[in-house]
Design a binder for this molecule. Structure first.
Ligand SMILES: Cc1cc2nc3c(=O)[nH]c(=O)nc-3n(C[C@H](O)[C@H](O)[C@H](O)COP(=O)(O)OP(=O)(O)OC[C@H]3O[C@@H](n4cnc5c(N)ncnc54)[C@H](O)[C@@H]3O)c2cc1C
Length: 394
């Protein structure tokens, strides 16, 4: 197993780093390091302008095939791109749901018309997307989705409620998993609809999170409408398409995120050195363990990349469980290193610091994109071939 990047790949790394160094300054200097978890509301217009700038230079959607407006980068190079983006302090991305979830789903399952209509606007960051899967009684148990849609005079008419919808308040579109075939067995009852958010039949109510900000919202559909052709796959194939989208959720951007974790860990090291915590033997052990965990993540990424078909490798299946658990622990470590100072805001009016926001937001890392328990089920069943979990009859 060769865990090194090739010389050509390292050349590409230098190209990405140089572009970011040349561009993430001047009018865009302010967005550096902003917009991360718990800071998602920060500098919205400025970050949008930055992403559009990236789009014009061909640095959005880098993993999409060239014919769809991407760069057609290999998985290795996508990881390199995301690593350098994090290293340069690139801001949290507003268009990431369209770019990493809906775009690849449309490329795999969409019609030619859908690809032409939606992909260019995602690549240019002109339309933002949100993901309408979860409902009050359908999170891990997604097959229990109750939002309904019926076809009426050339339009789907939707009624129901979604919850925890990230970015709903600023999205132009939502991909909605809903029940369209009430008589069909559960996995053939759902459809995957593309629904415009700015319409009378949709109400978005922000949910205030522990961070004091609202990264996600409740979304209510009351006779909301979308044209009949805005279904991805056939009506009743929503489950298959939705599972395709979830597979993309564990893609290159998560493999490349260790660099942003490394930035956070470095900040914690600095504080521990400055306030003497690094001299405490127990704390020193925890700091060393955090560093070791990061190295393990790095080597697992390289191991995943050394496979021909990285998306499907067994090693890829541990990625989410590992990084989410590590990152949640990092949040606790940050607060323990800060000691009593962790309870005090540093700016007025009472603004949380970056590390406080990180600590609070990392509580959700082990929930979204599949909880830790669900990840363990996936590893048990799909990677280790253990017996499937018994299904409860509805
Ligand atoms: C920050 C954040 C952003 C999110 N963004 C979005 C979004 O944009 N769009 C969207 O659709 N959703 C989003 N979600 C929702 C997320 O997908 C769900 O919270 C997640 O799937 C868990 O579902 P749930 O909250 O209904 O919990 P439940 O599924 O009710 O789970 C409750 C507990 O039971 C456990 N459990 C459930 N089933 C099993 C099982 N079979 N075996 C063992 N244990 C089990 C879970 O692990 C968990 O501990 C987001 C969530 C968060 C926290």
């Amino acid at each position: 197993m060769d865990l090194r990047f090739s010389q050509e790949d390292e050349g590409f790394r230098a190209e990405v780093a140089a572009w970011l160094a040349d561009n993430l300054r001047g009018e865009f200097a302010a967005v550096r390091g902003r917009g991360g978890p718990g800071d998602e509301h920060a500098l919205f217009d400025e970050r949008l302008a930055w992403e559009r700038h990236m789009g014009r230079a061909g640095w959005t959607c880098v993993g999409w095939p060239k014919e769809h407006g991407g760069r057609g980068l290999s998985l290795d190079r996508q990881v390199i791109f995301h690593e350098e983006y994090a290293r340069a302090g690139g801001p949290g991305r507003l268009g990431h749901i369209g770019e990493t979830l809906l775009g690849p789903t449309l490329i795999a399952f969409g019609t030619e018309e859908q690809k032409k209509r939606f992909l260019p606007a995602i690549q240019r960051v002109e339309e933002l997307w949100c993901q309408g899967y979860s409902e009050p009684n359908a999170g891990s148990d997604l097959a229990n989705v109750q939002t309904r849609a019926v076809l009426e005079s050339g339009h789907w008419v939707l009624n129901g409620q979604k919850v925890w919808t990230s970015g709903a308040q600023w999205s132009e579109w939502c991909f909605v998993l809903c029940r369209t075939e009430p008589e069909a067995p559960v996995h053939q009852a759902l459809s995957y609809l593309l629904v415009p958010m700015k319409q009378k039949g949709i109400e978005t109510r922000a949910i205030v999170q522990m961070t004091g900000t609202s990264e996600f919202s409740e979304v209510f559909f009351e006779n909301a409408r979308t044209p009949a052709e805005n279904v991805v796959g056939k009506p009743g194939e929503g489950w298959k398409v939705a599972m395709g989208t979830l597979a993309f959720e564990r893609g290159a951007s998560t493999l490349g995120q260790q660099l942003s974790f490394a930035n956070e860990l470095e900040k914690i090291f600095e504080i521990a050195r400055a306030n003497g915590q690094a001299k405490d033997p127990v704390m020193r052990q925890r700091l060393a363990n955090a560093w070791i965990g990061l190295r393990i993540m790095r080597y697992n990424t390289l191991r995943v990349l050394s496979h021909e078909s990285a998306e499907l490798s067994r090693e890829a299946m541990i990625t989410k469980l590992y990084w989410a658990t590590w990152h949640r622990e990092l949040g606790k470590l940050a607060m323990d290193v800060l000691g009593a100072r962790s309870e005090i805001g540093e700016e007025l009016p009472y603004e949380l610091t970056g590390l406080q926001r990180m600590f609070l937001f990392t509580r959700s890392d082990t929930i979204y994109a599949g909880t830790n328990q669900i990840q363990r089920n996936i590893i048990a069943e799909r990677a280790l071939g253990m017996p499937r979990e018994p299904k409860v009859a509805r």
